[in-house]
Design a protein. Structure first.
Length: 454
């Protein structure tokens, strides 16, 4: 396994750098295409969220891989390599697996234990599969990461350690308002949600459950906003009244709203300081703004406008640094360690499988040749005799190969076991091209199977 991850997150970089390095969807696709075009990388995918950007690749050279992936991240993010490098982290092989599994469990999230990262990991895998940049290693890795994350949430109380970024953000908005909780604070308020993606949808659902009376959804594509509003209005739901508007109506809706949550993929500001100042002129109630976008949707100047409370990614990062850690975190760390060891063993065992298959294929060919030669020497054999002799020879060969092949798989799954495949090929003088053809066939089968699982 030659897995390499190069990235930056809220733990390694200030929000100002993360904001500048944010990757749009089309930029992520171009980054992956360029990654595969680079010499050291055989496959790759990118995990990009509001507080992390990580490029995963299967590389044949560590130092060349680090240099190439770092350069590609700098080129596509628009942040110069010299400026970006101090904030980058690098993980390789088992450490890279450990990092992704920890991310999947929410241990590396801004809000420890949040579960939304699982959806983002699923999206990263789907992108790699769609662009055919994720091969067997990354398919196996990301599928297993999803299972590990789900296991952590089902077997431990990690959910008690943290919430979604939306819930945490709303709590920060409410913090300091006379001890009021979110549900009490939200009851009867009018909300404006800007954007209709996964984070915005989560924000709208959370606001509806918290008791707001009205939700207006604004989005660049009106049809997506209408779909989200329709879901919120479904019978048997929270009873919130929801409707959709075009982005040009945001200014008018801002004057009516009590709370605004914005999370779009825009590269510029959605709400400027002037927009907000205009909206609060003459109003008697405060305006609460929650900006979950990266780069930011709402002008930071809003912090200085009287009657406005703004919580953004930067303030959330500061608040999360003091968030309490649950005792369940240690249990999740144990799960991650066990799963990393199991994944490594499975990968090492899989590495020797094509060699074992090639050995058994060679043995079957030898049996077929010898049986044909026997038929030439003993033409008087009837069908029953011929079948019995053939079956006997096959049983002898199978029994001779059973113990060595089972044992070599066991040995190969242990640390340092990769050399057993080479030893097997040398001892039995196996054709390297035969082994390679088995590997290619397995890879194609795995690619088809895994693309159907996401």
């Amino acid at each position: 396994m030659s897995l390499l991850v190069v990235g930056l997150s809220h733990r390694s970089a200030p929000v100002s750098i993360l904001e500048r390095a944010a990757l749009a969807a089309d930029t992520q696709a171009k980054l992956l295409q360029d990654t595969l075009a680079a010499e050291p990388a055989a496959e790759g995918t990118v995990l990009a969220t509001c507080n992390r950007i990580e490029l995963y690749a299967d590389v044949d050279k560590f130092h060349a891989g680090v240099a190439e992936l770092s350069t590609l991240l700098a080129q596509h993010s628009g942040v110069g390599l010299d400026e970006l490098t101090p904030y980058l982290y690098v993980h390789y092989e088992d450490r890279a697996v450990h990092h992704l599994f920890s991310v999947a469990c929410g241990l590396d999230s801004m809000v420890v234990g949040e579960g939304q990262i699982l959806g983002q990991i699923k999206d990263a895998l789907a992108l790699g599969q769609e662009l055919h940049t994720a091969g067997r290693l990354l398919n196996d890795l990301f599928q297993q990461a999803l299972r590990v994350g789900k296991r952590a949430h089902s077997e431990t109380g990690i959910d008690r350690a943290g919430q979604s970024l939306v819930t945490f953000g709303l709590e920060q908005l409410v913090d300091g308002t006379d001890g009021t909780d979110v549900d009490t604070w939200a009851k009867g308020k009018k909300a404006l949600v800007i954007g209709a993606g996964s984070m915005s949808s989560l924000a709208a659902a959370t606001l509806a459950r918290s008791g707001v009376s009205e939700i207006v959804v604004a989005n660049r594509t009106l049809a997506r906003a209408e779909r989200l509003a329709q879901i919120l209005n479904e019978p048997g739901g929270t009873g919130v009244a929801a409707h959709a508007v075009e982005m040009v109506a945001v200014g008018d809706e801002l004057t009516r709203a009590d709370v605004v949550v914005s999370c779009t993929g825009a590269t510029g500001l959605v709400l400027t300081g002037d927009d907000i100042e205009t909206a609060v002129q003459g109003r008697r109630t405060p305006l609460a703004l929650l900006d979950l976008a990266m780069p930011r949707d709402i002008d930071a100047a809003a912090h200085r406008i009287p009657g406005v409370r703004l919580v953004d990614i930067e303030s959330l990062a500061e608040a999360s640094a003091d968030a309490p850690m649950a005792a369940d975190v240690d249990q999740v760390r144990g799960i991650v360690s066990d799963e990393v060891a199991a994944f490594g063993a499975a990968q090492r065992a899989a590495h020797i499988t094509p060699t074992v298959v090639a050995l058994r294929t060679m043995a079957a060919d030898v049996v077929a040749v010898e049986v044909a030669r026997l038929e030439g020497r003993l033409p008087g054999l009837d069908d029953k005799q011929r079948a019995e002799i053939t079956q006997t020879v096959r049983r002898v060969v199978d029994k001779l190969l059973h113990a060595p092949t089972v044992r070599v798989k066991q040995l190969a799954s242990e640390p340092g076991g990769a050399g057993y495949a080479d030893a097997l090929r040398t001892l039995f003088d196996l054709d390297p091209e035969t082994v390679a053809s088995v590997s290619r066939a397995d890879l194609n089968d795995a690619d088809v199977k895994n693309r159907g699982r996401v």
